[in-house]
Design a binder for this molecule. Structure first.
Ligand SMILES: *Cc1c(COP(=O)(O)O)cnc(C)c1O
Length: 390
């Protein structure tokens, strides 16, 4: 969450005073529908479904693609655990692929991981950084796979002129507290595909048992869950959407200015390459050091200078080796519901599954951009940076 203010309070007040808190009072004019139309327009897509979380959006997207037991879905080894959990939730098997120096999924390794059971790829636009979507879409075409873009951390970003989330068969955003737009907890699924849209609607709303809410659906009904969003949260999101361009512009200016100031200070680090610099959401500035030890030293020095520099390996649940519920327990809520399989038995050690990912992340030091950084703060930052890098 970057900005929240009295506009959001007023929007929430209006919904509460209106006295109807779920979207199905009048579908076309609910605040939720208005938000969905606004987001569709902003991203350039025909259908948006606002849901209760980014995880829910991933689950609905996979259900929309008819992915289930026995199917394999390729995901990057560097992503928040929710990407893997969503695949498990529909009964499918997440298969890990390496990232490359761009910190996004490596298309070459994706191709290595394709089997006759592979049904989909989930490229994750991590830290606001766009994936190599042309390579991924080409692979998907070649092997007849679906692409579900996880743009949870990258709302508003783009790749070669197309907004992230609108390039694959479907895409998702998260609106939890830590994301670019936020309502506390929330998410959205976006697609141009009518079948994915209708199936995802069924899945998100109890199989759409109330037909009046979903007239003209052509697909056979199946049982779904409840991943609906409330009007209160949609009211916040509708205001947040108006803030998106301003947030991205400010983050991009901060990243640009910081980059200019520090890029030639020292040969000790390099900046990670980005697939489409103009489309980067600029939430994060990533420095790659020559070794993990050097990166750790810099992070420690920076902390002494009062700077907040972090390693992606220290962010809980953001790299596969830290997916404890999946790898340590391998089971869901009830013992009789059985376990699941995520990596092949070939690997005895988790560290051997995606070693390149671990090594790239180990050498990284990250700085979050700040849309309120003043000129003075910036020069303080540069002074501290120079001290820490010595
Ligand atoms: C936050 C996040 C999610 C899940 O979103 P929630 O709204 O927390 O369910 C999924 N994928 C990635 C990459 C995320 O960062």
């Amino acid at each position: 969450m970057y900005i929240i203010g009295k506009e959001e309070i007023e929007a929430v007040t209006q919904v509460i005073e209106g006295g109807h808190l779920d979207r199905y009072i009048d579908d076309d004019n609910s605040v939720t529908s208005q938000f969905e139309r606004g987001l569709s327009e902003k991203i350039g897509i025909s259908h948006t479904i606002a849901v209760s979380s980014g995880t829910a959006a991933l689950i609905c997207g996979l259900a929309g693609m008819n992915i289930g037991p026995g199917d394999e879905v390729i995901i990057p080894a560097f992503t928040y655990i929710a990407t893997a959990l969503a695949v498990l939730a529909v009964g499918a098997i997440p298969v890990l692929a390496e990232i490359d120096e761009t910190l996004t999924i490596d298309p070459l390794d994706v191709e290595n991981k394709i089997t006759s059971n592979t049904r989909a790829i989930i490229p994750v636009h991590m830290l606001g950084l766009p994936c190599n979507m042309s390579a991924i879409v080409a692979l998907a075409k070649k092997y007849n796979l679906k692409v579900l873009e996880d743009a949870a951390q990258s709302c508003g970003g783009s790749y070669r002129g197309q907004r992230l989330g609108s390039i694959g068969d479907a895409g998702i955003f998260s609106f939890n507290h830590y994301k670019i737009l936020s309502c506390g907890e929330g998410g959205a699924l976006l697609t141009n595909n009518n079948a994915i849209y209708q199936r995802a609607m069924l899945h998100h709303d109890g199989g759409c048992i109330f037909e009046k809410n979903h007239p003209n659906f052509q697909f056979p009904i199946f049982a779904g869950w409840n991943f609906r969003i409330s009007e209160i949260l949609s009211a916040i999101l509708r205001v947040q959407l108006n803030r998106l361009d301003g947030i991205l512009a400010a983050l991009r200016i901060d990243k640009h200015l910081l980059t200019n100031e520090i890029s030639n200070i020292s040969p000790a680090f390099s900046l990670n390459p980005v697939h489409d610099l103009g489309g980067d959401c600029a939430t994060t500035l990533c420095l790659s050091f020559k070794s993990g030890k050097k990166a750790k030293q810099f992070i420690a020095q920076a902390a002494q200078e009062g700077m907040d520099v972090w390693s992606p390996l220290d962010r809980i649940g953001h790299v596969y080796t830290d997916w404890k519920p999946i790898f340590d327990e391998q089971k869901v809520h009830h013992p009789k519901s059985g376990g699941f399989r995520i990596v092949s038995e070939r690997f005895k050690n988790l560290e051997d599954v995606c070693p390149k990912t671990l090594s790239i992340l180990n050498q990284l030091a990250c700085i979050s951009t700040d849309l309120n950084r003043s000129k003075e703060d910036r020069s303080k930052f540069v002074t501290s940076f120079k001290k820490a890098i010595k």
